[in-house]
Ligand binder design. Structure first.
Ligand code: 6R9
Length: 633
């Protein structure tokens, strides 16, 4: 599947556009199918209805595990590095991972799980998280992983939306010096979730927990039961290519996160194909993706993609800044990492600690670097290239989304000539285009517009769980017959793509997608808030920070306290990742006569660009703008 030269890239790219079905059938031939497809693709972007490899039968875990056993059973699949560097690391070979996945799949069966059930996973970054994910896939249960930083309320919303019946969690998790009581957060969430019949709890932190009789069981006890049953194997459930594999919730412009649905066949083909190409993975290489499995990057490029290719991955439980800001570099040195895939926010943060923390570290094992989540600014690009890559590693800046399942626009390591700040060229099989406000294609080079995709690719989302109409209106209704990404984009003179950021009301804070409406809803729940408007502003480390304009009568006159209370409310409702960085109290918001908040103006004020606020004549009360400008933080 690997493309080896830029000439070959151009030739294969053209073929993928001219004969997409032949192209994808060729790629899919590299995977293990119980039965091959009757039809490669059937689609329309109107409904939308997208079906890849119809009629094919498979189980993705046979591709991730079983097919490597004979030749690569002793190859490490996971090298787990714990939060605390003084604790021993763990290695799981493909054979061991296979055995553990089968064992836990039997635990799930013993606890009543059936094909098609939805299972919520809320766990620390330990091998058991990956085992839980794969065990679900093994028996055809649909996982919905919720990132460990989300609040009880966010978990409850996700469990209810997907009508999950089982939760898999741990007593607690370690992140740096912090201990997060995961089980206790789950207990708070479950007060609202009568559909949950079982909670399986892994021992990790020894944080005290309360176990509810009949509902809560320990992971270790359940595994012992399977052992005494003498039932180590678990044959993989045969799945249709278009059966659901998982749901992953992500933020959009509206208040409620949506459950993006991926299916078995296309997602498998797409993550495997993109992983092996972009990183040019070679057998024996050690690959380290610093993302959390709670996000799509972890799903596609810690779990499924690398495993389909028999790769060795480092799984890291902790944070890059503990015990000190040299932790990632220590891991690179300790495990002789060859490919490091991380995020601009981490690069900028580590850069800010200066050269002392990288002095004396051994980066010689590194061959390839990668970045994801937000635009990689040039300063960070050069630092990453020079200080970490020692000027000898290509930087693979991968643009993609939860909805796309895998890389869309990305360099191919050592094949695509690079340009700092650019995701470069679409991978073969991906057909991007830029459109103007009216959906008219902007042709040629040296142009900017809204980024759309005009032809399906196997890894794309199929629906949003329980609400297909929402999928249609969000992605397929803005521009006819196009998938709209929500991103703005520049295509330069050479046809290279540079993503400029979201053009909708979605913020990208430290690479995490946060809907402004979601944060506003949370802020508005606070008793001394009348209304609020949230926008993003440039932030040196996080990329974007959260700036909230809040109308509050503030009866007690203690802004500082109210500010803290509001931040606490947002943490409680959504999770710490959505906390406002700045809160400005205002007596009113700039609104049009029809009552619409003029976010354009607030965005400019938050960015500190108040020189030219544009046309304010349609405002109901133009004076409010001066007040907000004066009080800007
Ligand atoms: C994989 C992931 C998707 C949004 C996307 C865009 C931004 C991701 C990027 C990038 C510039 C890159 N984004 N990768 N922007 N360059 N290489 O991050 O998925 O969490 O769904 O976010 O992230 O704005 O639309 P997700």
């Amino acid at each position: 599947m690997q493309i080896k030269s830029i000439e070959e890239y151009h030739q294969v790219y053209q073929q993928s556009v001219d004969q997409p079905e032949e192209f994808w059938a060729g790629i899919a031939d590299n995977f293990l199918w119980r039965k091959k497809w009757d039809e490669v693709l059937e689609w329309n972007f109107k409904e939308p209805s997208i079906k890849w490899f119809q009629g094919a039968k498979l189980n993705i875990t046979e591709n991730c595990l079983d097919r490597h056993l004979e030749t690569n059973g002793d190859t490490p699949a996971i090298i787990w590095e714990p939060n605390d560097p003084t604790e021993d690391h763990r290695i799981l070979t493909y054979s061991q991972l296979h055995a553990k996945v089968c064992q836990f799949a039997n635990v799930l069966k013993n606890n009543g799980t059936k094909k098609g059930d939805r299972i919520c996973i809320y766990m620390p970054m330990v091998p058991e998280l990956e085992i839980a994910v794969l065990a679900c896939a093994r028996i055809g249960a649909i996982h919905s992983v919720v990132f460990g930083g989300f609040s009880a309320q966010s978990i409850a919303d996700r469990i209810k939306d997907a009508e999950c019946n089982i939760v898999i969690t741990a007593d607690g998790s370690f992140r740096g010096t912090k201990e997060v009581p995961l089980k206790s957060v789950i207990d708070d969430a479950l007060v609202q979730c009568p559909t949950i019949k079982k909670v399986i709890v892994l021992t990790r932190s020894r944080t005290p927990v309360s176990m509810i009789k009949g509902r809560d069981v320990w992971w270790e006890d359940e595994v012992k039961k399977v052992e005494t049953q003498g039932n180590p194997d678990c044959p993989a459930e045969e799945m249709d290519a278009e059966d659901m594999l998982f749901i992953l919730y992500t933020s959009g412009s509206t208040g409620k996160p949506k459950g993006v649905v991926h299916t078995c066949g296309g997602y498998m083909v797409y993550t495997g194909y993109t992983f092996t190409n972009a990183f040019q993975y070679q057998p024996g290489e050690v690959y380290f993706c610093t993302a959390d499995i709670g996000w799509i990057t972890g799903h596609s490029y810690i779990a499924y993609g690398p495993l389909t290719q028999g790769a060795t991955s480092v799984l890291f439980e902790g944070v890059p800044t503990w015990p000190d800001a040299g932790r990632l570099w220590d891991i690179v040195e300790k495990h002789k990492v060859n490919i490091l895939y991380t995020a601009p926010t981490a690069i900028r943060s580590l850069m800010s600690f200066g050269d002392d923390v990288i002095k004396g570290k051994d980066f010689s094992s590194l061959k390839k670097l990668g970045s994801v989540g937000e635009p990689l600014n040039e300063e960070a690009w050069h630092w990453f290239d020079e200080k970490i890559g020692q000027g000898k590693c290509p930087i693979v800046d991968t643009w993609w989304q939860t909805e796309t399942g895998g890389f869309m626009i990305s360099p191919i390591a050592n094949v695509t000539p690079l340009k700092p700040g650019y995701a470069t060229l679409p991978l073969p099989g991906v057909q991007p285009l830029l459109v103007d406000e009216n959906g008219k294609e902007i042709e040629g080079n040296g142009v900017s517009g809204n980024l759309c995709i005009k032809f399906p690719w196997p890894g794309m989302l199929r629906t949003t769980y329980g609400d297909h109409e929402r999928c249609r209106t969000t992605y397929f209704a803005t521009y006819e017959n196009l998938y709209f990404t929500g991103d703005g984009c520049l295509r330069d003179e050479d046809g290279y793509y540079r993503i400029t950021g979201r053009v909708d009301d979605v913020l990208n804070v430290s690479g995490h997608r946060i809907g402004t409406a979601e944060v506003e809803n949370a802020i508005n729940m606070h008793s001394s808030v009348v209304e609020s408007a949230v926008v993003g502003y440039p932030h040196d480390i996080k990329g974007q920070g959260v700036y909230a304009f809040v109308v509050s009568p503030n009866k007690h006159g203690d802004d500082e306290l109210t500010r803290k209370d509001i931040i606490m409310t947002v943490s409680r409702i959504i999770g710490a990742i959505a906390k406002p960085d700045k809160i400005q109290f205002v007596s009113g918001l700039p609104k049009t006569r029809s009552g619409k908040i003029m976010r354009r103006i607030l965005r400019k004020i938050a960015e500190g660009d108040t020189g030219n606020l544009g046309d304010t004549s349609t405002l109901l009360d133009p004076a409010i703008v001066d007040e907000i400008k004066e009080g800007a933080l």
